[in-house]
Design a protein around this ligand. Structure first.
Ligand code: AMP
Length: 125
């Protein structure tokens, strides 16, 4: 998938759209999700033009990769999430229902998040 520079997060990075900023450094920007699915719902995006995790891991520099990963962890720590617990998810592509085609890590927290995977007895097949 080619990167569309008109996606919402690209506009936020260029300052064309506002965001409720949590953290920013040379490689990453973190802001609150506009439609939170949990009491704490933050998105952490790399500043470079990457569509997905696989795209990023292939094309990003070592500094960009380290910078983004470290930013995700720093945001979690700064928000006090490690002790109660949190979940990170990056939706990539159609089956994952990725809506915004700029790589982003969701941080979900602030409540019991339940099990990520369906209980074995409820799985299909
Ligand atoms: P995904 O389905 O993983 O692509 O998630 C995209 C996320 O971006 C959703 O949780 C949206 O609520 C969120 N979102 C969309 N527009 C904005 C915006 N302008 N500011 C903050 N979050 C947004």
């Amino acid at each position: 998938m080619t990167y569309d520079s008109q996606n919402i997060f690209a506009k936020i990075l260029r300052g064309e759209l506002p965001c409720k900023k949590v953290y920013e450094d040379d490689h990453a920007l973190a802001f609150y999700d506009i439609d939170p699915q949990t009491p704490v719902h933050v998105l952490v995006i790399p500043k470079g033009a990457y569509v997905s995790f696989d795209d990023f891991s292939e094309r990003a520099s070592e500094a960009e990769i380290a910078g983004w990963i470290r930013a995700v962890g720093k945001v979690a720590r700064d928000l006090g999430l490690p002790a109660p617990g949190y979940r990170v998810i990056a939706n990539c592509g159609a089956d994952a229902h990725q809506e915004v085609a700029h790589l982003h890590m969701h941080l979900f927290a602030g409540t019991d998040l339940g099990r990520m995977i369906k209980p074995r007895e409820k799985r299909e097949g």
